[in-house]
Design a protein around this ligand. Structure first.
Ligand SMILES: NC(=O)c1ccc[n+]([C@@H]2O[C@H](COP(=O)([O-])OP(=O)(O)OC[C@H]3O[C@@H](n4cnc5c(N)ncnc54)[C@H](OP(=O)(O)O)[C@@H]3O)[C@@H](O)[C@H]2O)c1
Length: 271
């Protein structure tokens, strides 16, 4: 495993296993994306609702890196799912990003109408506007419902995953169906960066807590999307390919799970 490592998706595309997340990066988004691309990131995770797709697009163009070397994810917002404005929403995101396709388009939350939205995304994929299609915040029950009604198995399920929040049932279901899991809030939005057991591992490997957590997720086969607006942390979060947690240490990390969400519950959200 090295920093160029990509995972093969079930549709044949390859996706870098570490991305820069830009939720709440606000006016620092463009600089953060430029810093990340300079540091070697080739995968950016944004969403229509983050209100920073334009800044992501500007940074990509300014970086001078060829478009086909950067993997861009954005997400279909709930209002557009409920009002079935799938095509319009994708067009708006593409305009914002200044791109003619996205590498990955995700249903952001399992809002009412998600099956119909997904079926429309299948068409947009055939038209070449989306390379890979996926979902986010889907639990096993949502995935079972989706898979029984659509033609294409999603490539990705992006769910909250960090040391204190691991939905093993959903992760296992994804594995069985060749759906790659991406961890949002891999650091628990910062809340997991003071856990004593992780500090012990950080000391052993001369790494930060963030690096130990991200390494644990990668070793579990989960793609990570750490967010930072600080260049030193952006670089630090990528520098996780020169150590390996042992089987016992992986188990120790797994035991920290408390099923404690930092974000909303996909079974009862009200937005
Ligand atoms: N699909 C969804 O519904 C969904 C929901 C939430 C998030 N996401 C995605 O997941 C990404 C990451 O989630 P997140 O933003 O909630 O949280 P996160 O990546 O778990 O944590 C980000 C927080 O940790 C800090 N941080 C980052 N690296 C650090 C380091 N090396 N040392 C110390 N502190 C560090 C950041 O501060 P600074 O920025 O100040 O450095 C920020 O406060 C988002 O940006 C977004 O792309 C998706």
């Amino acid at each position: 495993m090295n920093q160029d490592t990509k995972v093969l998706l079930n549709d044949g595309h390859r996706m870098p296993i570490i991305a820069l997340g830009v939720w709440q990066s606000q006016e620092d988004t463009k600089k953060a994306v430029l810093d990340a691309l300079k540091a070697g990131y080739r995968h950016i995770d944004t969403a229509f609702v983050y209100d920073n797709e334009r800044a992501v697009g500007e940074a990509i163009r300014e970086s001078g890196i060829p478009r086909n070397e950067i993997f861009v994810t954005t997400k279909l917002w709930n209002d557009d799912i409920r009002s079935y404005k799938i095509r319009e929403a994708l067009k708006t995101s593409l305009d914002n990003l200044g791109l003619d396709y996205v590498d990955l388009y995700l249903i952001h939350w399992p809002a009412e109408g998600y099956v119909e939205a997904y079926l429309e995304m299948e068409k947009l994929q055939k038209e070449g506007l989306i390379r890979s299609i996926g979902v986010s915040n889907f639990r096993k029950s949502h995935l079972e419902n989706l898979l029984s009604q659509v033609h294409i198995i999603p490539s990705i399920n992006q769910i909250e995953t960090n040391p204190q929040m691991v939905d093993e049932e959903t992760i296992q279901f994804c594995k069985e169906n060749k759906i790659v899991v991406e961890a949002w809030s891999p650091l628990g939005s910062g809340a997991c960066l003071s856990i004593p057991a992780i500090q012990i591992l950080a000391n052993k490997y001369h790494k930060s807590l963030a690096q130990v957590i991200l390494r644990w997720l990668l070793q579990k086969g989960i793609v990570v999307l750490p967010k930072s607006i600080h260049e030193n942390r952006i670089i630090e979060n990528m520098n996780i390919f020169d150590f390996e947690l042992t089987h016992e240490e992986m188990n120790l990390m797994n035991q920290l799970n408390q099923h404690k969400r930092t974000g909303p519950d996909p079974d009862c959200f009200n937005f």
